[in-house]
Design a protein. Sequence first.
Lengths: 410, 410
Amino acid sequence: MMKIAILTIGDEVVSGKIVNTNASYLAKILETNQFKISKHLAVRDEEEEILKGLAFLYDNANIVITTGGLGPTVDDLTKEICARYFNEKMIFIEDVFNQIKTYYEKTKRKMPSVNKKQAYFIKDAIVIPNDNGTAPGMIYEKEHKIIINLPGPPKELEPMLHHVVLPYLKDKWDIESLKKQYRLMNIGESDAETILQPLYQKYTSIKIAPYASVGVVDYMLSIENKDNQSVFDRCCDEFEQYLGEYIIGDWSKTIQELVVELLRKNNLTLAIAESCTGGMVSAKIVDVSGSSHVLKEGVVTYSNEAKMKRLGVLENTLIKHGAVSEETAREMALGVKSTSGADIGISITGIAGPTGGTKEKPVGLVYSAICFNGKTQVYRNYCVGDRYKIRLRSTMLILYKLYCSVIKTL
Amino acid sequence: MMKIAILTIGDEVVSGKIVNTNASYLAKILETNQFKISKHLAVRDEEEEILKGLAFLYDNANIVITTGGLGPTVDDLTKEICARYFNEKMIFIEDVFNQIKTYYEKTKRKMPSVNKKQAYFIKDAIVIPNDNGTAPGMIYEKEHKIIINLPGPPKELEPMLHHVVLPYLKDKWDIESLKKQYRLMNIGESDAETILQPLYQKYTSIKIAPYASVGVVDYMLSIENKDNQSVFDRCCDEFEQYLGEYIIGDWSKTIQELVVELLRKNNLTLAIAESCTGGMVSAKIVDVSGSSHVLKEGVVTYSNEAKMKRLGVLENTLIKHGAVSEETAREMALGVKSTSGADIGISITGIAGPTGGTKEKPVGLVYSAICFNGKTQVYRNYCVGDRYKIRLRSTMLILYKLYCSVIKTL
């Protein structure tokens, strides 16, 4: 089996100035394409450290992918040191040099002379073009060892991985795996894993891998051999039987993208009234380019006064039931729908903590409501985590509920 | 000089399921305390891999800090394998076992029998108590090599680092360094670095380290020897002369915390009108516990209709100058102040992209306004980055402007 190791080169990563998101991104994408990651190593911009790192990683990996150190400065040593490791010389490639010059011209700048260095590669190496920067990548193979050099900035690295590195690796090892992605919401990772226990036991040849973040659990089901189509299909069917009610689609779209797309397609407008989330729900919607067609307005009515004045929540409701209650959530959703003239009004009110919780209404209690099509549905949930996580979880949850509710109604 | 290497143990990190934030956190805290991080390595939960990793890291580091693998399951092998590496036996410590039991009792659960494993340590090792979980840490020294085992969850690791590991290391190496933190806003890292060039050249014995994130650049100035107080003070003075106008304080508080604190202290209330940021500014304010005393309300008037209806922006203004203009920003700030009755009204309107930009009004153009004390000040800025970054940068910027403006007025 092909094993890949990831070598991050750069003082900024080692000294903690930036988080090594490249390593986890590369690992996630490669693992979901049937490659096995053996380890990650991050070293400083020092020749000896990089050489020792390469020797260590090749000890049980056939492929090393490096990130960083492809820039034009004297600190950028990655390609040069890899050439030294393989005992090879670098040659200047005129074509690549012209591409770098063109990149500068496109951005209306003059290329500094130091950039010439970026056009040197090991002879016979594959050059990976970089459409988003000046640092081309390199793939080189010698004596069953493969080195792949990618630049540090994620915006440059990611397209190079997808457009050149993955096709190269798949072609080389003739990997034609079967894969299926699922995105789940409204369920936690441990609950999903418990439900899936029978699947893990039944389909031992299929890799079932969860990737959890706040409010979302992504799953990748995969199998190496393409001949296993029927067993793979059966496994996917069963996965959908077990967890179907939580599946919102594959990994290509976020819940806010799905919501905006659904509302836009159906010419529906939205208004949002937020208390504890304080604008997070609106901000998620506005994350989506084109959301202006959908979002009529948002209001952050954090105070009782604003809830009454902006949304027409009754003072009596606030006194009798409190700001965090089914009744207040309902009146907020109704109020924001009617004052904005939107087709759908949603609301959210809860106790984000760390203070303000009581025995009856503990920190994490959140009410949300959706007013649509003549009906108002209120949801009561308990969210765990700190103040930020409680707010983010309840934001994700109301977006999910909104999506389901609109689909069900249409 | 003491060199520290970080060893992360766990399949979730290696396979890309979680980002290795522990490594960067440990590195940042240790580097700002005069320790040098040599490298980071992440390996799978496999005995041989962990042993090889330890051997590799001790090659040029005196101290290895591990994270992960201290749980109660059979996969959790860290302490056991470290004992094997040092050729030492583990012993059961009754006291620690009772502490783990007490932790379970506090959370009203019965301790499973597997947790007994967590009370085993190398003889004569220092046990690091864990107040936030069941996995105690361990510090052990043999033949000039030190191993420090910390658990994986950041909420458990971070207090153990600050309360036990740092004091232990400082005491051992008698490090009494001088340090000063600065938090800068309204300036980018490269501009700040350019301005600081003379300081870097003049004070070569002082470490000047920037840590940049969106909208914020943190600096740590430090020197190893406590006897250099006067030169260190001079360097800090000059730092403040160069960059004083951008300094908002030390690292202890975010800009939203400073804003909420300042307004609360002065009994001032705030109302927020957002267009392109879509609720981000309000959400940042609500991030701060206790912000309910300050935030009267927020409105997300993404559509022109909402800008007119909710804020009283004139139709003529929108037609003549457009939604992204000095005039609209001004009327939005005035409008949200007067309709809410708050002491301060702020607004933000801009082109977050990727579409919607023109030659006159390109993507990244953002107007923001602050209406306070009878005056309305409008700011025009160009923010770089993708849609999300443009929105986040403009959010940080208006919070900064608000903070400065209130301080100047009072």
